[in-house]
Ligand binder design. Structure first.
Ligand code: GLA
Length: 750
């Protein structure tokens, strides 16, 4: 509900209150963003400057409190005494916007450009501010667990103006915070890093042309005592896939100014008289229930209001992807053999990755030419997809439509379609970007991708993008607008196609892409131990249904690490499960284990994909209220490990629960020469016998089965001990490095 009472605006949901007032100078002053409060609390929650702070610029010489530099503001101009960073810059001009009116409407205010917007039930406050030659509208859209803000600037003067910066929002929060950002690079995405926000500015930005794997646009601000379960945490994110910028800085008065929007670096837009510029939507969330509460609010918002409505709550298929198994080396026979094996394992969707078109036999050629390679696929896409469908599998296809290899028919025909900056071209992965600011390029992509999609039975698309942009200033923004237009034109009329976006893994894991693609390939790094960091980083801001998570071969291509198949599965369960390895090379024991993994995941898929996610002491848990699944992950083992307690959150204290561990197999071969301690015959660790036995036989790890009350589980139940060097026995968890378990915690009826 949004109300206005004597100049005090109150945006209120069951989860948060956002309060600000229009002061006597027509300047919106921020009052509160946090737990729900009453409108009457406005005075008690407002900053009171008393006689002011001295030595400052004041709007009114008779009012020492009219110093903008010391007030908590909703927006700020420049040249009027507020020396903190301004969310708006007009070339060579100050700015001073004052309130002229407001409107409250049901729903959101539609945008005129192709930027994506959150959707669903909501209410919007439009706050209009003006100065002599421009109008600024600040939009506040209230969704149940998040507030969405954006700004629109209009040139109302008679001459052009140059806009160098326009943030989606600006906000001054009282208090001292630490900022958590999520940084990294290719195969190393989403590493949380914390930095204290005091007098020096802290900036989180991307300059690569995309939201980037270097610095995800989402970030958190939290108070020093915040934990997973308690304390104040704010979360911010942007529905945008281009260069982003966010800054936080604390003033002498203890106000922390926060802003987020399109990166102003090298950005400028000339606005003709009457012309407008719209920013992307920014998401603001808060919680007094710690990081866990914040993530819950963010997840709910993303699941209910960001991902395409058709896919809201819809189960995601278990997929097989051809990339890591085949790379570019395949033909129809090999693909159909893999599809048959994938089907036998329990997969539901077969995805043909890169290499199916033009001269795309490696990453040096063919990108841009979307004609099916008939040498590899003699029956075309229609024939291949039909065969796969006849097996009872759905079929999906990889595209990388925004890029072009110079060695391609497309580039030879239209060299001018590649994006250039006037300097000799520089390539990334042997490719250039197409100039999506050109209508004919957008039409080419829409026509070609649509043609392929309509030529076969395709229910899934992986939309990849593997090169960073070049510094193009405002054109980088126009490129992203072009991309959104293209995605809307292709997938708007085909909502039932499951779109998974990818950019060398998680180089574009952002809310802009999620408006079109319900899931994103989180990382080319499928090593489960690395995934613990990547998926946990994502979990702060993005629900698990958005995270593509695959089991691949070990040792891993990214780390050379050898990990148990069980752990690869257990980690990938907490996302949208897929398999990406050469199925022909699987051993009989691995086939058995994968079949069991897929069957288990399917049984609890809705909980894994849509349950409430929590980070815990030993790993992660998901829960739908009745069923909880808790993952316990180990990295390097220590000798003589102590007892381990599993705490399960969110259970009913008086209810009884059954706790079962997913049964796991132990590969005999992993014991090598140690087998002599248990085997009656002397087994050669390097001999044929052990190799053969290892293909077909496993040892049971033993299983956990106990009952406990919700109170006991919340307090922490004792798990079976870990292997201690005193022998193999099913009363303990026989796991070496990188072992893990998944516990099923179910309410006992009656
Ligand atoms: C990128 C993606 C991979 C795969 C390859 C294909 O690297 O991240 O998953 O699709 O491209 O070339």
């Amino acid at each position: 509900m949004i109300t206005e009472t004597n100049g005090v605006f109150h945006i209120q949901t069951g989860v948060y209150s956002y309060l600000f007032k229009i002061n006597s100078y027509g300047i919106p002053e921020h009052i509160h963003f946090g737990a729900p409060v009453k409108t009457e609390d406005a005075f008690a929650l407002s900053c009171r400057p008393g006689l002011g702070w001295g030595s400052n610029i004041v709007l009114n010489p008779d009012d020492t409190t009219s110093c903008l530099d010391t007030l908590a503001l909703e927006w700020s101009g420049s040249g009027r005494g507020d020396y903190r960073e301004s969310p708006l810059e007009l070339a060579g001009k100050s700015s001073d916007f004052r309130y002229v009116g407001s409107k409250i409407r049901e729903g959101s205010a539609p945008m005129a450009c192709s930027l994506p917007q959150a959707h669903g039930d909501c209410q919007t406050l439009e706050l209009t501010l003006e100065q002599s030659d421009a109008r600024l509208i600040l939009y506040y859209t209230a969704y149940p667990t998040a507030l969405v803000r954006r700004a629109v600037l209009e040139n109302t003067g008679s001459s052009p103006m140059v806009l160098n910066k326009l943030m989606s929002f600006c906000l001054d929060l009282p208090g001292t915070y630490t900022m958590a950002t999520f940084n990294g690079g290719w195969i190393a995405e989403m590493r949380r890093q914390d930095v204290s926000v005091r007098g020096s500015k802290v900036v989180n930005e991307s300059l690569t042309g995309s939201s980037s794997n270097r610095h995800n646009p989402g970030f958190l601000l939290f108070e020093a005592d915040a934990t997973e379960d308690a304390g104040r945490v704010y979360g911010f994110n942007l529905l945008y896939s281009g260069n982003h910028y966010a800054a936080a800085q604390q003033s002498l008065q203890g106000l922390t100014r926060i802003m987020q929007g399109i990166n102003p670096s090298n950005f400028s837009k000339e606005l003709a008289p009457g012309e407008k510029f719209e920013t992307p939507e920014a998401v603001l969330c808060c919680s007094d229930r710690g990081f866990g509460g914040l993530s819950e609010n963010m997840h709910t918002f993303v699941s209910d209001h960001v991902i395409p409505a058709y896919w809201r709550g819809r189960p995601r298929p278990v997929l097989y992807n051809s990339w890591e198994g085949c790379v570019f080396d395949f033909n129809q026979r090999r693909l159909l053999d893999l599809a048959r094996r994938a089907k036998d394992l329990g997969c539901e969707l077969f995805v043909l990755d890169d290499g199916w078109f033009g001269a795309r036999n490696n990453d040096k050629a063919g990108l841009g030419d979307y004609t099916v390679n008939k040498k590899k696929l003699p029956e075309g896409m229609e024939g291949l997809s039909q065969h796969i469908q006849d097996m009872g599998l759905e079929f999906g296809l990889w595209f990388e439509p925004e890029s072009v290899n110079p060695d391609s028919d497309l580039y030879r025909a239209h060299p001018g379609w590649a994006l250039t900056d006037g300097f000799p071209e520089v390539q990334g992965r042997n490719q250039l970007l197409l100039d999506l600011t050109k209508a004919e390029v957008r039409d080419y992509i829409v026509e070609n991708v649509s043609r392929i999609l309509d030529s076969a039975k395709i229910s899934y698309v992986k939309w990849d993008m593997n090169r960073h942009s070049i510094a193009l200033g405002a054109k980088a923004h126009d490129f992203i607008l072009g991309l959104y237009e293209v995605l809307g034109r292709i997938f708007g009329p085909r909502p039932e196609i499951l779109l998974e976006s990818c950019s060398s893994g998680g180089n574009r894991f952002d809310l802009g892409m999620l408006c079109f693609s319900p899931q994103v390939w989180a990382s080319d790094d499928t090593d489960p131990i690395e995934r613990l960091t990547i998926q946990e980083g994502l979990s702060y801001l993005y629900p698990q249904s958005t995270v593509g998570a695959h089991v691949s071969a070990a040792p891993h291509g990214q780390t050379l690490r050898q990990t148990p198949l069980s752990t690869r599965g257990n980690v990938a369960f907490f996302g949208c499960l897929g398999y990406e390895l050469d199925l022909k090379q699987l051993l009989p024991v691995e086939i058995r284990e994968i079949k069991a993994q897929i069957a288990f995941y399917k049984q609890y898929r809705e909980v894994f994909q849509y349950g409430r996610f929590r980070r815990t002491e030993l790993g992660w848990q998901v829960s739908d209220g009745k069923t909880t699944l808790a993952g316990v992950f180990h990295t390097l083992v220590h000798a003589a490990p102590g007892y381990e307690q599993l705490r399960v959150r969110g259970l009913k204290t008086d209810t009884m629960y059954r706790v079962t561990a997913l049964s796991q197999a132990i590969r005999v071969g992993q014991f090598g020469g140690l087998l002599k301690h248990v085997s009656p015959v002397n087994v050669d660790p390097n001999g044929v016998l052990l190799r053969v036995v290892d293909r077909y036989f496993t040892l049971p790890e033993g299983t956990e089965e106990l009952t406990a009350s919700g109170a006991a589980l919340g307090s922490g139940i004792m798990l079976r001990p870990l292997f201690r060097g005193t022998g193999y026995d099913q009363s303990q968890r026989t796991q070496g490095d990188f072992g893990s378990d998944v516990y099923l915690v179910e309410e006992i009826e009656g």
